[in-house]
Design a protein around this ligand. Sequence first.
Ligand SMILES: *Cc1c(COP(=O)(O)O)cnc(C)c1O
Length: 375
Amino acid sequence: MNVPLLDLKAQFQSIRHEVLASIEDVCDEQGFVLGPRVERLEQDLGKYVGTGHAVGVASGSDALLLSLMALGVTPGDEILTVPFTFFSTAGVISRLQAIPVFVDIQAGSLNMDPEQLADRLTERTKAILPVHLFGQCAEMEKISYLAAERGVPVIEDACQAIGATRNGVRAGGLGTTGCFSFFPSKNLGGFGDGGLVTTHDANIADRLRALRVHGSRSDYHHHTIGMNSRLDALQAAVLQVKLAYLEQWTEKRRANAQAYERLFGEAGLLDVITLPVTDPANYHVYNQYTIRTPKRDQLSAYLTEQGIGNKIYYPVPLHLQECYQVLGYQKGQLPVSEQAAQEVLSLPIYSELTTEQIEYVVQTIKQFFVVSSPA
Ligand SMILES: *Cc1c(COP(=O)(O)O)cnc(C)c1O
């Protein structure tokens, strides 16, 4: 049996006619950049996230970059973030010549550890940038409390967490700004790159709207120096169709996660692998279903051999990346992130996965452990 890590073709088949009709409309209209379709999507997503304001941009990375710009981040400012995330989270900080300051994660949730945050706050701290990794929110109330004490904003990297909630509040509505990605592998994925920033603050939304069009509020009058980072009408047309299905797709991901949990338990594997840990305050949307085992590399190779898609998110924590040697971090300095990077393995979790496929994944993992460590 073949089980890909993600099967976008299966998702497309289920909505093919609707998506193609929507794309055809854009072709007939010949309006491609921003415009009424993007505005409608912004309104719908602003409502969905619960912030009112939402600003479409060219990618999740740009959503983060534009948030930092809108909040006035300048060279030398320190931005507190995590090392166990996609590179983009820290890369955008460096692009503004600001400094990423890495705070270690919690072993369970794999999100920013608020207990370690207080120690890293300095006079130069300009913002806190937690990530809602794999589809569940960081401990935002503790993070926001420390941020408020210091009077610094919180930028949520919610790129993997659209629809996730913490204590009933949706990701993207918990901080000063929320950053989303429509990269095809995200839970709401477009047909290419795309992104969105959400905010409760009308002034920040206004700044974001100017910054994404070269800092201009009226044609050819530039108030600040911005960039070109806009969402295309074609992407908005695809995303608008998909948004109507997001809730049901998310429920299916959650049901798949439950099936894994039950089957791993029945297979007696819970003492050799660690399943994802969900904080009870969180509604987890499982952009990734990530298990942990010290035999990760061998298990990954075995699954690949058996036709099961799997991937290591992420093999090298950011403080140990070659490009960040200049920051001067040492191995062992952020041990929870470093150990996670050696043990994590993401398994197929996408909505169209069948029960048979999930059973096959679990049985194959069981086989691996029987062969690799006979009783
Ligand atoms: C996908 C992702 C991004 C960047 O999104 P792009 O749209 O690919 O630029 C940033 N942070 C995290 C955690 C992501 O998963």
